[in-house]
Design a protein around this ligand. Structure first.
Ligand SMILES: Nc1nc2c(ncn2[C@@H]2O[C@H](COP(=O)(O)OP(=O)(O)OP(=O)(O)O)[C@@H](O)[C@H]2O)c(=O)[nH]1
Ligand SMILES: [Mg+2]
Length: 318
C-alpha cells in the first residue's frame, strides 16, 4: 500500500468492502480515483483500480443484469396465498378497486393510462394475504411485454370494466386480447371474474342487467363501486373462494394450536399433501394425526388420505 494516501481514500475503501451492488461499487471506485494523488508511488494502485472499474462496467453491461431489470418491470413474482391479475381498459378503475381492497393506495386519476407499470398490493383476507396485481391498461405500449406471461400464471384474472352502455363490447375486446393465450390458460372458467366497477353511475344500471343476462354462465360477474365501497366485501370473499384454497393450522401435542399462521393448501388436499407442504420429512415420518373441526370433530384420529377442510386444526404424530 503506497504511503501518503489521504484519509478520505480509506473511508471509500471501507465503503467498497461493504458495497453490494455493481452501481455502488462503480461510484465508490470513481471517488477513490478522484481522491488519489498522482505520483510514482500510486501508479500501480491507480492501474489496478482502473482495471477493476472497467471490469465492473463490463459486468454491468452483461445480459443477466438487464434481464433482471426487465423481470421486475414485466413480471410480478407470486406471493401470499394466490395471485389476482386485474386487467382492463383505461379508467375502468383497476387501481381504485385494488386500493380499496388492500387498503394500500395506488395512483388513481381521471385521465387514461395512469398506471404505467405492474404493481402489487397485498389484500388481507382474515388471516392470510392475497396478492393483487395492478397493470397498465390494455392499449399501453408495455402490454405485450408482460400480458402473456402474467395471464398464464395468475390464479385469478379479474377483468375490470366500468359500468357503461358498452359492457358487452368491452368484454368482447378483452376476450380477443386473451384469445392467443387461451391454450395456455388453466381451468379458465373458475379463474375469471368480471368486475363491473362504478356501480354508483345509476343511469347505466339497465345495461348491467342486460349484460348479466346474456353473458355465459361460466363467468362470474361482480358489480362494485370502488368509490362508494359497494360490494367490495363480497368481491373479497369471491376472490378467496375462487382461489379454491383452504387454511389448516398445526398443533403440537399438549399445546394450543398456532392460529396465527395457517398453512395454505389446495381444496381437496388430504392429510399427506398437507404434511408434505409443512416439511418434506413429514411425508415419510407421518404416522397419524389428530384433527379438530369446529363443531364436528374433536381430536379424531385421521389417516393419511383424510380430506381436509378450511380451518381444520391438525396435530401431526411422527
Ligand atoms: N364514479 C366512479 N368513479 C370511479 C370509481 N372507481 C374509480 N373511479 C374513477 O375513475 C377514474 C379512473 O380510475 P383508476 O382507478 O385510475 O382506473 P384505472 O383502470 O386504474 O386506470 P388506468 O391506470 O389509467 O388504466 C378515476 O377518476 C377514479 O376516481 C367508482 O367506483 N365510481
Ligand atoms: Mg390504474
Amino acid at each position: 500500500m503506497p504511503a501518503n494516501l489521504p484519509p478520505d481514500y480509506f473511508e471509500e475503501e471501507k465503503k467498497l468492502r461493504q458495497a453490494k451492488t455493481i452501481d455502488e461499487k462503480i461510484s465508490i471506485i470513481e471517488n477513490m480515483l478522484a481522491i488519489i494523488p498522482h505520483h510514482k508511488g500510486t501508479d500501480k494502485l491507480i492501474g489496478s483500480l482502473r482495471a477493476r472499474l472497467s471490469k465492473l462496467r463490463e459486468e454491468k453491461e452483461k445480459k443477466p443484469q438487464a434481464q433482471k431489470k426487465s423481470e421486475s418491470l414485466y413480471n410480478i413474482k407470486k406471493d401470499g396465498a394466490g395471485q389476482v391479475l386485474f386487467i382492463g381498459f383505461p379508467n375502468s378503475g383497476k387501481s381504485s378497486v385494488i386500493s380499496a381492497l388492500s387498503g394500500e393506495p395506488l395512483e388513481v386519476a381521471e385521465y387514461p393510462y395512469t398506471t404505467r407499470i405492474l404493481q402489487q398490493r397485498m389484500m388481507r383476507y382474515e388471516d392470510i394475504q392475497i396478492q393483487l396485481v395492478d397493470t397498465p391498461a390494455i392499449g399501453d405500449e408495455s402490454v405485450n411485454m408482460w400480458f402473456g406471461n402474467m395471464v398464464r400464471k395468475a390464479d385469478i384474472i379479474a377483468v375490470t370494466i366500468s359500468l357503461s352502455d358498452a359492457l358487452d363490447v368491452e368484454f368482447e375486446l378483452i376476450l380477443e386480447e386473451l384469445k392467443p393465450h387461451a391454450p395456455y390458460l388453466q381451468k379458465t372458467a373458475q379463474r375469471f371474474l368480471i368486475i363491473v366497477n362504478k356501480l354508483d353511475l345509476v343511469e347505466y344500471k339497465k345495461y348491467l342487467d342486460e349484460f348479466e343476462k346474456q353473458i355465459d354462465s361460466k363467468y362470474t360477474v361482480v358489480p362494485v363501486s370502488a368509490k362508494n365501497d359497494v360490494n367490495l366485501h363480497q368481491l373479497k370473499n369471491l376472490i378467496f373462494n375462487s382461489l379454491e384454497i383452504i387454511r389448516v393450522y398445526s398443533k403440537v401435542p399438549g399445546k394450543k394450536p398456532d392460529l396465527d399462521a395457517p398453512f395454505v393448501v389446495k381444496k381437496g388436499s388430504n392429510l399427506l399433501d398437507c404434511a408434505g407442504k409443512i416439511h418434506k420429512d413429514f411425508i415419510e415420518k407421518l404416522r397419524y394425526a389428530k384433527l379438530w373441526r369446529k363443531g364436528k370433530l374433536d381430536g379424531m384420529m385421521v389417516s393419511r388420505d383424510f380430506i381436509l377442510e378450511d380451518k381444520d386444526i391438525i396435530e401431526f404424530h411422527l
